[in-house]
Design a protein around this ligand. Structure first.
Ligand code: NAG
Ligand code: NAG
Length: 371
C-alpha cells in the first residue's frame, strides 16, 4: 500500500472524525478549504456518531478532547460562539493545537477570566513541555495567566524576543513573569549584552538587580537617566556596587543637591573611596541618607571627609552622637579632629594616643601613650 499523501491522510483522518490536526496542517491551503468543507458535510450527516467513532478509533486523540463535550458543541474554529461556552465546555470541547493556530482571534473576543483560564489550560495540555515560540509571541490576552513555571519551560534566546515578552507582561503576575523571563534568558545561555541590559533598563529597571555584577558592568551609564530612582533601591549589595559606578559616570555632569538626588538610589553601594569622591561634590547629604550608607564604608572616613559629605548638615551629627553608625565612626576619630567641628562630639581617641592600623580588618585602635 502506498503511503498516503498529506491530503490523503487528512481525508482518511476526517473519515474517522479527527478533524483538528488536518486543519492545523492544512489551514489556509486549498486542501484546508476542501477539508473544512468535507468535514462540515460530514458533520451535517451525523455529528455525534462521528465524534463517538473518532473517540473509539483514536484513543490518543480522545484523551486530548476530554470527555463531556456536549454533542453539537465541538469546536472547529475560535469564533464568537465560544464566548457562550461555559468554562467547563471550553475545557471539554476546545483542542489546544487548534487554539494555538487561532490564538490571534482570542484577543478580539470578550472572554471572561474563567474562560481564558480554560483556554490556557488547553494550551498547557497541548504543549506540556512548553509552548513553541510562535505561540509564546501570540499569547495576547492569555499572557496575564502565564506563570513563572510556564516561562521556565520557554526558549527565550534572543534579545528581541526578550524585549517583546517583557513588554507583554502584565497583570498581578507581571513582576514574577519578568523575573522568570530574565532568569530564563540568562539560564538559556543567551548572551547578556549591552542591548539586552538596555531593554531591561528601559522596560523594567527594577529587574536590572537580577543580573550579576559582571553582567551589569556592560550597562551603558546613560540609560540610568531614564530609570525611575525608586526602581533600584532594593537591589542586593553587589548589584548596587556595580550600579554605583555606573551612576557616578552617568551623572558626572551634575553637582550639589541635584547630583545627590540622582545618586541617592545607589548610595547603599558606595565604597569608602567613592564616598571620598562624593565628599568633594558639595552635596550636603542629609542625616537620614548618611545613616543608610554602609557602616564599613563610613568608618574609615576622616572628619574632614564627613564634613565634606554632610556640608550644611554637619551639625546633625550631634543628635546622632550615640547611635550607630555615627558613634562607631566617632570612636575611630582623634578627639582633636572631632573638636574641629565645634559640635562638642565626645568619644574620640584622646589626644596623645598613637593611632595604629590593625592590618587586614582595617580596624583601628589606640595603643599606648605617644611620646
Ligand atoms: C547632563 O547630561 C544629561 C545626559 O547626557 C543631560 O540630559 C542633562 O541635561 C545634563 N545636565 C546638565 C546639568 O548638564
Ligand atoms: C555648595 O552648595 C550650596 C547649596 O547647597 C551653595 O550655596 C554653595 O555655594 C555651594 N558651594 C560651592 C563651592 O559650590
Amino acid at each position: 500500500m502506498a503511503l498516503p499523501t498529506p491530503t490523503g491522510l487528512c481525508l482518511l483522518l476526517l473519515s474517522l472524525g479527527c478533524v483538528i490536526p488536518c486543519e492545523v496542517h492544512a489551514a489556509g491551503t486549498r486542501q484546508g478549504v476542501l477539508a473544512r468543507r468535507l468535514r462540515s458535510d460530514f458533520r451535517d450527516l451525523k455529528p455525534s456518531a462521528v465524534y463517538r467513532k473518532a473517540r473509539q478509533a483514536q484513543p490518543q486523540q480522545a484523551r486530548q478532547e476530554e470527555p463531556g463535550c456536549p454533542p453539537g458543541k465541538e469546536v472547529q474554529e475560535v469564533d464568537e460562539m465560544l464566548v457562550l461556552y461555559s468554562d467547563a465546555e471550553l475545557q471539554a470541547c476546545v483542542d489546544g493545537t487548534l487554539l494555538a493556530t487561532q490564538l490571534d482571534r482570542v484577543d478580539a473576543l470578550p472572554f471572561t477570566y474563567g474562560q481564558l483560564a480554560s483556554l490556557k489550560r488547553k494550551l498547557d495540555q497541548a504543549y506540556p513541555d512548553g509552548y513553541p515560540n510562535d505561540v509564546i509571541q501570540r499569547l495576547g490576552s492569555l499572557f496575564p495567566l502565564v506563570t513563572p513555571e510556564d516561562i521556565g519551560k520557554w526558549d527565550v534566546k534572543s534579545a528581541e524576543m526578550l524585549e517583546s515578552l517583557l513588554r507583554a507582561t502584565k497583570g498581578p503576575n507581571s513582576e514574577a513573569q519578568v523575573a522568570a523571563l530574565i532568569a530564563r534568558y540568562v539560564a538559556g545561555g543567551a548572551q547578556v549584552d549591552e542591548g539586552a541590559l538596555g531593554t531591561v533598563a528601559t522596560i523594567h529597571p527594577a529587574s536590572l538587580c537580577l543580573f550579576s555584577p559582571e553582567q551589569l558592568s556592560l550597562l551603558q551609564p546613560r540609560l540610568l537617566w531614564e530609570v525611575d530612582p525608586g526602581a533600584l533601591k532594593d537591589c542586593p549589595l553587589p548589584q548596587k556596587e556595580a550600579l554605583y559606578s555606573k551612576a557616578q559616570l552617568a551623572f558626572q555632569n551634575l553637582s550639589g543637591p541635584s547630583y545627590l538626588e540622582r545618586m541617592r538610589p545607589y548610595l547603599g553601594g558606595a565604597t569608602t573611596e567613592q564616598l571620598r569622591v562624593l565628599s568633594q561634590k558639595n552635596i550636603s547629604m542629609d542625616m537620614a541618607t548618611f545613616k543608610e550608607l554602609r557602616r564599613e564604608a563610613i568608618l574609615p572616613l576622616t572628619v574632614a571627609e564627613v564634613r565634606g559629605l554632610l556640608g550644611q548638615n554637619v551639625g546633625n551629627l550631634k543628635a546622632e552622637e550615640w547611635h550607630s553608625p555615627v558613634w562607631d565612626w566617632i570612636v575611630q576619630q582623634r578627639q582633636e579632629d572631632l573638636d574641629t567641628l565645634g559640635l562638642g562630639l565626645q568619644g574620640g581617641i584622646p589626644n596623645g594616643y598613637l593611632l595604629l592600623e590593625l592590618g587586614d580588618r582595617g580596624a583601628r585602635g589606640a595603643y599606648g601613650r605617644h611620646g
